[in-house]
Design a protein around this ligand. Structure first.
Ligand SMILES: [Zn+2]
Length: 203
C-alpha cells in the first residue's frame, strides 16, 4: 500500500529523535558542513536511493538524479552539480549508477516514450540502434534490456569525460577522483561494477 503523506512527517520525527538519542550533537555536526567523498549520478527511479543500498549517512553522497541517469553535456543543472562536486567539494569518486528494470531504458528501447521524456531518453534509443547487433543476439528480453542498461551507464561515463569540467580537471592534473560505472540489480539488491572499455579511464 502506498505510504500516506502524514507518515512522512511522523516518520521524520521518530527518525530525528532516534538519531539524537543515539548520538547527541549529530544534527549540530550535520548542519555545520558537508564533506562527501562521492558524487552519485543515478536514475530518478524511487527504487534507487543509493544511500540505502550502501548504508551511507547524510553528508556522504552528493547526488544528481534524472530519468535513466543521463550525463547530458548541455544540461546546466547537471553540469553545475558536477562542477561543484569536482572543484569545490573535491569528491574522490564519481559514480554513474544505472539499474536493471529501468523504465526509461525500456521505454527508449521500445519507442514508448513521447513528449519531454521521449526527448530526454532519445540518446538511449540511438545507443540501442548503435548496438543493435549485440542486443538482438540476446534472445531473452529482460537480459537484453539489462545489457542496454549497462551500455547506457558506460555511454554516460564516456559523456562525463567529454564535459568541460572533467576535461579541465584532467588538464590541470586536478583529477584526484576516480570514475566508476555501476548497475544496481534490483532483483538481488547488489551493486555490479562494470568494467570500463580500454581508454576510458584516467587512472
Ligand atoms: Zn531507471
Amino acid at each position: 500500500m502506498p505510504l500516506e503523506y502524514q507518515h512522512l512527517i511522523s516518520n521524520n520525527l521518530k527518525w530525528a529523535a532516534q538519531k539524537k538519542a543515539a548520538e547527541p550533537g549529530y544534527f549540530e555536526k550535520l548542519s555545520m558542513r558537508q564533506q562527501p567523498n562521492f558524487l552519485y549520478i543515478g536514475c530518478s527511479d524511487s527504487r534507487m536511493p543509493l544511500d540505502t543500498f550502501t548504508s551511507t549517512e547524510p553528508g556522504e553522497l552528493f547526488v544528481h538524479r534524472n530519468i535513466a541517469n543521463q550525463v547530458s553535456i548541455t544540461d546546466i543543472n547537471f553540469l553545475s552539480v558536477l562542477d561543484y562536486a569536482v572543484h569545490v567539494l573535491k569528491v574522490k569518486h564519481i559514480i554513474v549508477c544505472g539499474h536493471y528494470n529501468c523504465g526509461g531504458v525500456t521505454a527508449a528501447y521500445k519507442g514508448q516514450a513521447t513528449g519531454l521524456v521521449g526527448n530526454w531518453i532519445s540518446p538511449i534509443r540511438d545507443l540501442a540502434k548503435e548496438y543493435a547487433a549485440e542486443l538482438e543476439s540476446i534472445e531473452n528480453e529482460t537480459l537484453r534490456l539489462n545489457r542496454l542498461s549497462e551500455l547506457n551507464v558506460i555511454r554516460q561515463v564516456e559523456n562525463l569525460y567529454k564535459t568541460h569540467v572533467v576535461q579541465r580537471a584532467l588538464q590541470k592534473c586536478h583529477s584526484d577522483f576516480q570514475i566508476h560505472a555501476w548497475v544496481l540489480d534490483l532483483s538481488s539488491g547488489h551493486i555490479i561494477e562494470l568494467p570500463l572499455p580500454d581508454g576510458l579511464s584516467h587512472k
